[in-house]
Write a protein of this length. Structure first.
Length: 256
């Protein structure tokens, strides 16, 4: 089969295409460091998932209509558009679900089972990575991308099996839609909360109302430190020990 990307002229090297998508992934990820605290975990996952749904469906629609490989008659503008939206999809993932999902995993599990919850989440991630391959892995673009060894997807896109070709993007888009629904109904907003406050929030409100939840107690109050008049932060920059010494009642020296 003729490599459809070679007809683009400016992007004829499969290694160059792989390099471009990798650079997009790497350069987009640092934006998540700022967005995750500015926008919040929940909103970021919903927004990023929605963007991936749109990008995936656009690639699928263009691919099954005007983007198929036709040799010298291949629509180069359509192929360019597909590669562009594939990069947009990677950008959405790298700034949202890529890093943010790991943050949520480390914050939502209760303290007694946090280690086991994080371990099972990591194992699940690697398991599902085993049954998929990158977004460029369709029948037309397969010859021009370096793929991860997979189990299921080759049987879905190869001609001798399901022969889904670009239709595979509709499946990926639908899975991203499931991710959006999951984030909307089940992922709480944990921005600015301590692990103890996250546990209390999940006891009192649903994930959909978590954004408006405000902590009504502090760790010091729950541990009884407030009643004991213990100043954890000190006064005027003093340490806790210095503050406690200042708060002690002075002992009057008696003359024998």
């Amino acid at each position: 089969m003729t490599d459809s990307t070679s007809s683009l002229g400016t992007i004829s090297n499969p290694f160059l295409i792989s390099l471009i998508t990798t650079l997009v992934n790497v350069l987009s990820t640092p934006a998540a460091f700022w967005l995750v605290e500015r926008v919040g975990r929940r909103n970021l996952l919903i927004f990023g998932g929605s963007g991936m749904v749109i990008a995936q469906y656009i690639v699928g629609i263009v691919g099954v209509t005007v983007g198929e490989d036709k040799g010298d008659d291949t629509n180069t503008a359509a192929v360019s558009a597909m590669i562009a939206f594939i990069c947009i999809n990677i950008t959405f993932f790298a700034t949202t679900w890529g890093p943010c999902a790991w943050i949520v995993i480390g914050e939502v599990f209760p303290l007694p089972i946090r280690s086991r919850g994080v371990g099972l989440s990591t194992a699940s991630n690697w398991f599902w990575n085993c049954v998929r391959i990158p977004f460029l892995s369709t029948k037309t673009l397969a010859n021009s991308s370096q793929q991860i060894i997979a189990i299921i997807t080759p049987y879905l896109v190869d001609v001798q099996y399901a022969n889904l070709s670009f239709k595979i993007f509709f499946m990926w888009g639908s899975l991203c839609m499931v991710s959006v629904l999951f984030a909307y109904f089940l992922v709480p907003e944990t921005k600015g909360l301590s692990l103890e406050q996250v546990d209390r929030m999940l006891e009192e409100v649903t994930p959909r109302k978590s954004r408006s939840w405000v902590p009504h107690s502090t760790f010091a109050a729950e541990m009884g430190m407030a009643e004991k008049n213990v100043n954890i932060g000190g006064k005027n920059g003093d340490s806790t020990e210095e503050t406690e010494v200042e708060n002690q009642v002075p002992v009057t020296k008696q003359t024998v």
